[in-house]
Design a protein around this ligand. Structure first.
Ligand code: SF4
Length: 334
């Protein structure tokens, strides 16, 4: 099968912010939030970025469309590298990509009716207004009843707000949708509806999706590929089925083992992962996961692992990648 060219790709992307007691006047050192992140998304592909809070997944989504300014690396649109990270360069990206914020209601104008809000991106993009029928069709595509178009944002439920945000994103027919925690705070039945809507949009328009989530069940349900992030780095990436069948990074394995199992007789011998995520201001030496890794050795504390490629685009950043299928490792739930 021939792979399509990526709609968007990031190569060795780095995002750093100045930090220190008087950073505004005199930056004393920089805080690296993303380090050397390379991810590409192809048309019709759903890629999920998974990781704990502070892993840099939201920063990556925001950096892709210029809401955070990258400090290094490269972003390419349709294979053409942006000349720089200026506002003008990101304007091209924003014509092709839409971002669904984690809390969609907070991105709405509380004084604007839902219909006007959905039509607004087309007007801003210079594509003209929308006729009532087109607006109703678009709302229907997102599973939103036409009676809601005359309401204000506060009158929508969480699921309806999420669908209104999707409809607004679709008004300019984006080729890429970046969805930040698209199911957060929604009932399980509504979560399924939103995810099925994404699949439907993908199938109809060949739209690419970048899902940012900490929910592995969501990632497994809809993604073609999964990227596991930790402290701003990619630790493992590959096809979804392969990641779930045989995770090679101890952190990925720990995340999979942390998923609750609805079996009261099943008990964990020990927690899948030790301790808390370290502070970005105090990155551990060597492999940054070594303080929490159950199979860390001396080398891990000294030497940072490089990314190792396996078959089918599966990559792992670990000195001692696992080679046992999920569920049969010492770290699996007992
Ligand atoms: Fe664990 Fe070492 Fe691999 Fe890091 S490099 S994940 S510490 S085994």
């Amino acid at each position: 099968m021939t792979l399509k060219n990526p709609v968007i790709s990031a190569d060795h992307l780095t995002v750093s912010v100045p930090e220190g007691p008087h950073y505004f006047f005199q930056p004393t050192y920089k805080l690296d939030i993303l380090i050397d992140v390379s991810i590409a998304v192809r048309p019709g592909e759903i890629v999920s970025i998974v990781g704990e809070s502070g892993s840099g997944k939201t920063t990556f989504g925001r950096a892709l469309i210029g809401l955070m300014r990258p400090s290094g690396g490269q972003i390419s649109l349709d294979g053409v590298a942006l000349p720089d990270f200026s506002k003008g360069s990101f304007r091209k990206v924003r014509r092709e990509a839409a971002l669904l914020f984690q809390d969609p209601a907070s991105s709405f104008n509380p004084r604007q009716r839902i219909g006007a809000m959905i039509a607004e991106p087309r007007r801003i993009a210079g594509q003209g207004g929308m006729r009532r029928n087109d607006l109703q069709d678009l709302a229907a595509t997102a599973g939103l009843g036409s009676s809601l178009l005359s309401r204000f944002p506060h009158a929508l439920s969480g699921g309806q707000a999420r669908r209104a945000a999707v409809a607004r994103a679709l008004s300019v027919v984006p080729r890429l949708i970046i969805a930040d925690e698209p199911t957060a705070g929604l009932d399980v039945s509504v979560q399924g509806g939103v995810l099925n809507l994404f699949l439907d949009i993908r199938d109809r328009h060949d739209t690419a999706f970048l899902l940012i989530t900490h929910n592995l069940a969501v990632a497994r349900h809809v993604s073609d590929r999964i990227v596991i992030m930790y402290l701003g780095r990619v630790l493992e990436s590959g096809p979804t089925a392969e990641i779930f069948r045989a995770p090679r990074h101890p952190y990925t394995r720990a995340l999979l083992d942390s998923e609750p199992v609805p079996d009261p007789k099943r008990r964990r011998a020990e927690p899948p992962v030790i301790g808390e995520v370290p502070s970005l201001m105090n990155r551990p030496s060597g492999c940054e996961f070594h303080q929490r890794c159950r199979i860390a050795r001396d080398r891990c504390r000294i030497e940072a692992p490089a990314e190792t490629p396996f078959a089918d685009g599966h990559t792992v950043r670990c000195h001692f990648p696992l080679d046992t299928p999920a569920g049969v490792c010492a770290m699996a739930a007992g």
